[in-house]
Ligand binder design. Sequence first.
Ligand code: SF4
Length: 166
Amino acid sequence: MTITWTIINYYFMCRRKMRLFSRHLQSEHTSQTVAIGKYYHESRHEDKPNTEIELEGVKIDQIQWDTVIEYKKAKTHPDSARYQLLFYLYKLKQKGVIKQGKIIFKENIWSILVTLDEQSESDLLSTIEEIKTVLTQEKPPAVLLTTQWKPDKACKGCSYFDFCHL
Ligand code: SF4
């Protein structure tokens, strides 16, 4: 089972979404939120060459000196962004590369630093174990609903909205 940055990212947004994505039920192209995120991602350094780095389930936006930089549209899912970056730092550490991380939330003009210390690495590994459990369960997690049986606010803009709610 391959754990990728997208799987980690979706785990914190919606476990059902993570599970659907992991089974190759993909419909990202219909999501406006994803399109805006891609725009920010691609325009992060309009005047500079692409600095993206890919390795084993990791897609790093940029490395500046000792810092891995991840660009996000907005701080809607800060835990998701943080664990995604911790995953990058962990994968780099496995290759003998020690870095710190920084998440830049473009629309909020705000950033946070992320460090892979003993505690955060342990949290990351526990999360990966939980992810594996969800991915191997017989049934996917339930659709997110409010107490009035309406789509949860997390579903707004989700690319699986029609699949889950129609
Ligand atoms: S529509 Fe809602 S329940 Fe379905 S995958 Fe998206 S966030 Fe999860």
